[in-house]
Design a protein around this ligand. Structure first.
Ligand SMILES: Nc1ncnc2c1ncn2[C@@H]1O[C@H](COP(=O)(O)OP(=O)(O)OP(=O)(O)O)[C@@H](O)[C@H]1O
Ligand SMILES: [Mg+2]
Length: 282
């Protein structure tokens, strides 16, 4: 396939109204799937978030790290147990979660963004106790937390000083116990607490799909219908559910986009067509 000839100046000019519109706005971006695995994608997404920061958008990154948790657990001979497809977090696993999420993965993302001059600062919900949780109680998943409160002050202060917060989804309860938190849900709650303009999920699929293909636009009502009908399942559920919670808390738009496409973030934010699925209140 030959690429159409696109002039550089046209690309930049198409971006201008979006740059004006989004200056000083807050975007929360959740890293998942290939952007956490593939070297080239890790590099290009670090460039993208740095570019967004540099043109005046308040960028906040929230990341997961399921694969590395499983692999370090097995190196340490800690058994990985799943309950209804969800990881059971016993104390040993929780320690691994903390090592991996707040340690190796978080610092790797921070380092990569800073190689482009992005002023990234990495921390978790334990820092300043900003993500308050209680034990998840719908099923027993061990030390998995349900978010009770997100205090946005630490992030806001960093954003004011033009830092780029990179957040590991770990929370703390009122007696100081550390909990594993689902990264999609953490991203939604953080976006809500920040009154973000956009919440963007980077994932390994084009967006929300139905049997007729990619769904470009979803309202709250459509989304609820698709969950009930089973069109949306598995790993897409925590994304759309936290998308709806985020919209209720004042986030303007949620995007679920294909992180396997290089520079997917820029294509979504700076072009008329966009890519992926957008979810809005109505
Ligand atoms: N209607 C749907 N449209 C698209 N994907 C769907 C749908 N229903 C279920 N899915 C599944 O949800 C997956 C996306 O969630 P998943 O948890 O795998 O990604 P992630 O959260 O980005 O990555 P990770 O959890 O590894 O960090 C898709 O790959 C697909 O298998
Ligand atoms: Mg997932």
């Amino acid at each position: 396939m030959t690429k159409p000839v696109i002039r550089k100046e046209d690309v930049l000019i198409e971006a201008l109204p979006y740059i004006q519109q989004f200056e000083e706005k807050t975007f929360v971006i959740k890293y998942g799937g290939a952007v956490m695995e593939d070297e080239q994608l890790k590099f290009s997404v670090a460039q993208d978030v740095t570019l967004l920061r540099k043109i005046g958008i308040n960028v906040v990154v929230v990341h997961g790290g399921g694969k590395e948790i499983t692999s370090l657990s097995s190196r340490l001979n800690i058994e990985t147990k799943f309950v209804d497809g969800q990881r059971y977090t016993d104390e040993a696993t929780r320690d691994v979660v903390q090592m991996v999420l707040a340690g190796s993965i978080n610092k790797d993302i921070v380092r990569r963004i800073n190689m482009h001059g992005g002023r990234a600062v990495g921390f978790s919900g334990i820092d300043a106790g900003f993500v308050k949780v209680k034990k998840y109680n719908k099923t027993d998943l061990g030390l998995v937390g349900d978010i009770v409160d997100v205090n946005p002050l630490l992030i806001k202060n960093l954003l004011r000083e033009k830092y780029l917060p990179v957040i590991a989804p770990i929370g703390i309860d009122e007696i100081g116990t550390v909990y594993n938190v689902n990264a999609d849900i953490a991203a939604g709650a953080i976006a809500g607490a920040l009154d973000a303009s956009k919440l963007v999920y980077l994932t390994d699929t084009e967006g929300v799909k139905s049997k007729d293909g990619l769904i470009r636009h979803l309202t709250k009502e459509d989304t609820e219908k698709h969950i009930i009908e089973g069109t949306i399942s598995g790993g897409m559920i925590p994304k759309v559910e936290s998308a709806l919670t985020a919209l209720e808390s004042g986030v303007q738009k949620v995007h679920i986009i294909d992180g396997r496409v290089e520079h997917a973030l820029l294509l979504e934010i700076f072009t008329k067509e966009g890519i992926g699925t957008e979810i809005v209140s109505e």
